[in-house]
Structures are given as C-alpha cells and as structure tokens.
Design a protein around this ligand. Structure first.
Ligand code: QUE
Length: 338
C-alpha cells in the first residue's frame, strides 16, 4: 500500500486573507487573491469575519485597516461564479450560505466599534464596496474605480447597497445602482462613497503612518488627503435620476441637453442592463430609502436567493465572466420582485 504523501506546501494553499496587528494597535487585513481580483469567496468572508470578531474585544487593537495585495484591484466583488454554479445546480443551501455570510460581514463592519479604514487603489465593485463603504473611512486614489455593476449581470446592487445608495446626495446612488457606471476616486469622494482622496504615490507613506504612528486616525488621514475636484455631471445626475419611475428616467435622459454625451452613455448602460434587474433595483432602492441597514440586508438576502436561480443571472455571469463575450441575451420573462 502506498504511503500517504508527506504533508507539503501543496496541501496548504496560500491564504487569501492575511492578518496582522502592528505595534501601534492597528489590525491589518490584506485581501490576497489577486488572480481573481480579490473577488470574495466564502473562505475569505469567513477569514475576515473571524479576524474582525476576535479584534472587536481585543484591547490591543484600536483600529482596522483593509488593503489589497493586488495592484489592480481592491476587490472585484463577490463569488458570483460560484453563485451561478450553485444556482444552475439548484443548490439553494449553498446560495443562502454564501450570501448570508457575506451580508453578515457587511453588517459587522457597519456596526464595528472601532475605526475601520479601507485603502482603495484599483477596482472596488459590488462586494468590494460591501467591505469598504460600511466602514468609517474609505481612502481612494486616482487609480480607484468604484462601481455597483450588478444590473449588467442580471443581478442587483446588494451588500447593503439598497441602504447606502439611496442615501448618497443628488440621486447619485440611483445613477450608480441602475447604470453600473464606474466612478473615479475623485468622483467617489464627491458623492460620499470615498471619504479621503490620497494620491497613489502617497499610499505607502499613509500606510506607514497608520501602522506605526500614535497620531489620531483623523489627523493622519487629514494630513495625507488632497482636495478632490467636484463630481462630473452632478446636476445632470440629480435632474435625471430623481425621476419617480424608469420610463420617466429614460425620458429625462433623452431630453437632457447640457450633458448630452453623459446622458447617451447612461442610456447605453441602461439599454445593456437586464430589464428585470433594472425593475428590481428601482423597487429595492425605493424600499431601502426608508429602511434600516439590517432590514435592507434581509430584503437583499431574500431577493439574492431567488435571483440566483434566474436565467438572466446565469446568462449575465456567462457573458461577463465565463465566455466573456459581453453579449448577454436577456430573458423577457421578467425577474423576481420584492
Ligand atoms: C458585475 C459584478 C461582478 C463582476 C462583473 C460584473 C462581481 C465580481 C466579478 C469578478 C471579477 C473578476 C473575477 C471574479 C469575479 O465581476 O461581483 O472571480 O476574477 O465578483 O459586471 O457584480
């Protein structure tokens, strides 16, 4: 009989979340799955949850900093490839297990009793905003690109987005959640998704100050923050995306004169999105505007479990991530509603 192979590095895959506590009491979480742009799988969600839970009551920890080891992405989102597979297989248990854990982590961050700072230098989309926006500070650089692109894959803005998007000023969250448009670091600060704009070249010095100095967090962040220019097209966003329904929103975009190119881009994004996802998102943000974060997450969990079984979600993830043809053929059957 063969002897079992000696345990070796092949048995212990590289950890995808690295944690440490520095001498000044800063707990650091590093997202380290660069091959998948740090898309959060269930293991990463569990590792983050375990670390944050341990640090919550640890007097040696006074704040948490979350960063990425990838130069391209802070975090590209959740594990939608796994959710597509589970949805196709009818594995409702796996779908619920994943989304429950991910949303519980978002809520843990939102209610965290210590400062929680995300350093965003690169893509932060979907679930990546879930592990940053609910914290106390989001540092963004000129290389940051933030988006809630789920309507483009037959899903909807989840991870508590139905709580924070309707609360952004000037209907900006409606624009982000419905179109999936990407915003730069500067626009992210202008709309409130980001809190501090720091040039990427200054990030290493900021990280050193956060992990080594005894200065107060706000003093450190303010020392490094540069003024961010105002958001592009903010008044056109407010004019169009405050519409009371989708047909009126499209009519306002079609009638927009001052920001014509921007309006054409927004209409093209809406036309490319799953119609069912747009309808669900509109209702979800409307409901979320008057709900607590926990109510929003419960509503999103229910909708996520039903959406994972839909043809549009399977097709949207296929076109974006499986075949990468970017040509989803949307169903006319409609989508789950609230
Ligand atoms: C919309 C999304 C996601 C997306 C693309 C969309 C998302 C997500 C990923 C992603 C990207 C790279 C990977 C990966 C997943 O892409 O949530 O595993 O390697 O995680 O248009 O919501």
């Amino acid at each position: 009989m063969d002897k079992p192979a000696a345990p070796g590095p092949q048995d212990r895959p590289e950890p995808t979340v690295l944690t440490r506590v520095t001498r000044n009491g800063t707990a650091v979480i590093e997202l380290a799955r660069p091959g998948a742009l740090n898309a959060l799988d269930l293991t990463m969600v569990h590792l983050m949850t375990r670390a944050l839970t341990a640090w919550r009551a640890d007097p040696a920890v006074r704040r948490v900093v979350v960063r990425s080891t990838s130069p391209k992405a802070f975090c590209a989102g959740g594990d939608i490839l796994a959710m597509r597979s589970a949805g196709l297989a009818g594995d409702d248990t796996a779908v619920r297990r994943y989304f429950s854990a991910e949303y519980a982590l978002d809520a843990l961050i939102a209610r965290y009793p210590k400062p929680y700072v995300a350093l965003i230098d690169g893509y932060a989309m979907g679930g990546g905003l879930g592990v940053s926006v609910h914290g106390s500070a989001r540092v963004v650089t000129e290389r940051a690109s933030l988006a809630m692109p789920e309507t483009g894959i037959g899903f909807f803005p989840d991870i508590g987005a139905s709580y924070f998007l309707p609360r952004l000023p000037g209907a900006f969250g409606w624009y982000l959640g419905l179109t999936g448009a990407r915003v730069t670091g500067a626009d992210a600060v202008a709309c409130g998704l980001g809190t501090h704009y720091v040039p990427a070249a200054d990030l290493p010095a900021l990280e050193a100050a956060l992990t080594e100095s005894d200065d107060a967090l706000e003093a450190v962040l303010d020392r490094f923050a540069a003024p961010a220019p105002p958001a592009a097209h903010a008044d056109a966003v407010a004019r169009c995306f405050s519409a009371p329904d989708l047909p009126e929103l499209r009519a306002r975009l079609a009638a927009e004169t001052r920001a014509r190119d921007w309006a054409d881009d927004a209409l093209a994004l809406l036309d490319a999105a799953s119609p069912g996802s747009l309808a669900a998102t509109f209702d979800l943000l409307t409901a979320g505007a008057g709900s607590t974060l926990e109510e929003c997450l419960r509503r999103e969990l229910d909708l996520a479990c039903r959406t994972a079984r839909t043809a549009d979600f399977h097709e949207g993830v296929r076109a974006a991530l499986v075949d990468k043809d970017r040509r989803p053929l949307w169903s006319t059957a409609g989508a789950p509603r609230l």
